[in-house]
Ligand binder design. Sequence first.
Ligand SMILES: Nc1ncnc2c1ncn2[C@@H]1O[C@H](COP(=O)(O)OP(=O)(O)OP(=O)(O)O)[C@@H](O)[C@H]1O
Length: 239
Amino acid sequence: MRTIVAKNVSKSFGKKEVLTTIDLTVNKGEIYGLIGPSGSGKTTLVKILVGMDSDFSGEVTVLNQPMPNMSALSHIGYMAQSDALYPELTGEENLQFFASLYELKKTERKERIMYAAELVQLTPHLSKKVMAYSGGMKRRLSLAIALIHNPEILVLDEPTVGIDPELRLSIWGELTRLKQAGKTIVVTTHVMDEAEKCDRLAMVREGKIITSGSPAELKKQYEAVDLENVFVKAGGKRG
Ligand SMILES: Nc1ncnc2c1ncn2[C@@H]1O[C@H](COP(=O)(O)OP(=O)(O)OP(=O)(O)O)[C@@H](O)[C@H]1O
């Protein structure tokens, strides 16, 4: 099933075109990666996909509904690149606040908070104020918030930046479990070893998708030893 479809999406800031005729389809139960150097347009694209930006040309549908769309929002968990947290509140209060935005029953809400906090290994830190969190802890809390309402679709903008390698692996392990449970996951990254873990990916450069496919297909097509090499051969240069 096609969960997210973008057709002919272009976007400009003033005279500068930052996305050019983007076409992509993300299916239920897959991890779809957007890979590209800083400034290539990944964040701009995911904001359009989650309905945060309606100022674009082309067409985006999520669960068959044209975006932006209010009813699609409850099915999407979005983790932005910059953390939108309440520093004066504790980690737990932040989770409670975001959980309260959704119609979760009290026991479910409690379970989801415990699950999400445990997943990102913040359980021992839940009673601390967020202003005392490190950068990595804030990223982890943002990821927990994106998961809080058990959304069908997860859109994660550089979720593992500032997170240590061990936890990074465990987060990817959980993303794999979530997709096996039928979730649809879009993730942006510029780390090539994370790109390897995606089922399919699109390589983005200067607002264009320069190539797309599964990691194995891409390496075969470009006769490349790794995805870094695919990126170079597909005309991505090195960002
Ligand atoms: N609000 C804005 N006004 C003007 N230009 C913008 C704005 N937001 C982004 N841009 C420009 O659009 C281009 C794409 O930026 P975007 O943040 O989408 O890239 P990115 O691939 O997500 O990079 P990064 O990984 O560094 O976040 C950049 O050239 C950026 O300077």
